[in-house]
Write a new protein. Structure first.
Length: 144
């Protein structure tokens, strides 16, 4: 009886974990290191995408030579948030290094926004891994 109870608890925890979706989060960091690759936040149920905004522009303080830097922000988002942000940035997304620009990209999957690149993958390895884990538990119960 105890083993059956333990198996049920394990199955419930696996299903709950498989349903969780997380994204890396940060706000206007000057690189994709540190906070942008170490801070993770669980997303709300309706937020099934991760949104990354990449801006290139002048530093917030005056300096000789007007140096430029990145401003990287990451967060959980809905599909509509992604569509609105990407289409809003589209006229300014040209990656020309001598002028200010801003681009956005979205991906769907657990912590899929680790890298800041164009065309982030939408592979859902988490769903595949969770499916395998649930199948292993079910097979274990079937062969007991």
């Amino acid at each position: 009886m105890q083993l059956h109870f333990l198996g049920c608890v394990l199955l419930i925890l696996l299903i709950a974990e498989c349903g969780a979706h997380e994204c890396y989060v940060c706000h206007e960091q000057d690189s994709n290191r540190g906070k942008c690759t170490e801070t993770v936040e669980p997303c709300d149920f309706e937020q099934d995408h991760c949104l990354s905004e990449i801006k290139w522009g002048s530093t917030p303080f005056w300096e000789v030579g007007a140096p430029m830097q990145y401003y990287i922000s990451k967060k959980c988002a809905t599909r509509q948030d992604c569509t609105d942000t990407i289409s809003g940035y589209l006229p300014y997304c040209d990656y020309i290094n001598w002028k200010d620009w801003k681009c956005a990209e979205c991906c769907k999957g657990d912590r899929c926004n680790f890298f800041v690149t164009l065309g982030a993958s939408s592979l859902q390895t988490t769903s595949f891994g969770c499916t395998i884990a649930v199948l292993v538990v079910l097979l274990w119960y079937a062969h007991r």
